[in-house]
Design a protein around this ligand. Structure first.
Ligand code: 3Y8
Ligand code: NAP
Length: 257
């Protein structure tokens, strides 16, 4: 019995801690998107598998009996690959996924299906836009150069991918207080966000509400059907029910070493 934990989120880090504490044999997988991903209390592998076929081969070669997909809701490709790979390899799969955010009174959201629609939803008149969607989906904003942009990135890029932009380099989770100060300091008039859900990225929404700013909210991409659980405890019960014994793996290490 061996678990592959597809990570890169707050939930994945919490799941890794639970697997280490229960001494369940598991390996944590990062894509290798950032220069220095957070350390984990279980063994880590970094890098793509080589598509669904590559992942199926990995599952067979490493005798993986269970996959926990705790990747981000916008990481649609790896999640689709995991569905295909687990089907091909006959491996059990469950997703650990946080619920989407929903607007609350005081929110001024415009929901859009993707980054292209988010760029189109900005006003024609020049605005100061907080683009807190990372680095991979910035291209659609390049043509909308009447605006000035504040980007928040995990690592410093060689060059900023769009004009009229400045970047703050920061790794979440973020606080409402810090996001309020950041947005005030930059005179932000609009916020663009991905409906990531969870606690690590929601500070900017609470700050936007406090500043009465409009938010362009990008809805999650579609992901093929697979069993989804919402908490680490539910996944732990799923593992126990599936017969993955606690105490059968090595003791976890302290995070951050
Ligand atoms: C590489 C691993 C943990 C995980 C922490 C969460 C919270 C902080 C908030 C804003 C939004 C954004 C972005 C964000 C957050 C957590 C979580 C989350 C959003 C790391 C990480 C990896 C990544 C990849 C990175 C993406 C980018 C997205 C920045 C580690 C820090 C915008 C998503 O430069 C790049 O190529 C960055 C790419 C995918 C989205 C994008 O399209 O650019 N995350 N983020 C993982 C890997 O290699 O497998 O470095 O430690 C993880 C976290 N980022 O353990 O505590 O759980 O959501 N990540 C979004 O939500 O919109 C920032 O700025 O307000
Ligand atoms: P993606 O678009 O769904 O995946 C693109 C390719 O990256 C996959 O086909 C796979 O390559 C590789 N990959 C992705 N996640 C991987 C993982 N955990 N382990 C091994 N390979 C992985 O993914 P993404 O949106 O770029 O996200 C990459 C990572 O960042 C994920 O771990 C995700 O949880 C984390 N993250 C993403 C976001 C976001 O907004 N997208 C936010 C926070 C954290 P192969 O096809 O070669 O296997």
């Amino acid at each position: 019995m061996r678990i592959l934990l597809l990570g890169g989120t707050t939930e994945a880090s919490r799941m890794a801690r639970a697997l280490a504490d229960a001494r369940r044999p598991a390996i944590f997988s990062y894509a290798g998107r950032t220069e220095a991903p957070a350390a984990q209390p279980i063994p880590v592998r970094i890098g793509g598998f080589g598509g669904p076929e590559g992942m199926a081969a990995y599952l067979r070669d490493h005798a993986i009996s269970h996959v926990i997909d705790a990747t981000h809701p916008f990481a649609a490709r790896i999640s689709a690959n995991a569905v295909a790979a687990c089907r091909a390899a006959g491996t059990a799969l469950v997703a650990l996924e946080r619920p989407a955010w929903a607007p609350v009174p005081g929110d001024d959201w415009t929901r859009v299906p993707d980054a292209d629609a988010a760029a189109a939803a900005l006003p024609e008149t020049p605005a100061a836009v907080f683009l807190a969607i990372g680095r991979q989906s910035l291209q659609p904003f390049a043509a909308r150069d009447q605006h000035r942009y504040l980007l928040r990135l995990v690592d410093l890029p060689e060059a900023l991918p769009i004009p009229n932009a400045e970047a703050v380099i920061a790794r979440g989770p973020f606080t409402t207080e810090d996001d309020l100060a950041l947005m005030r300091a930059h005179g932000i008039t609009h916020v663009v966000a991905k409906n990531a859900g969870g606690s690590g990225a929601r500070a900017k929404l609470d700050a936007a509400r406090a500043l009465r700013l409009p938010v362009v909210m990008i809805d999650r991409p579609a992901i093929p059907a697979r069993p989804v659980l919402g908490t680490v405890e539910e996944v732990t019960r799923w593992l126990a029910h599936a017969g993955v014994p606690a105490g059968s793996g090595p003791a976890g290490t302290e995070r951050g070493e």
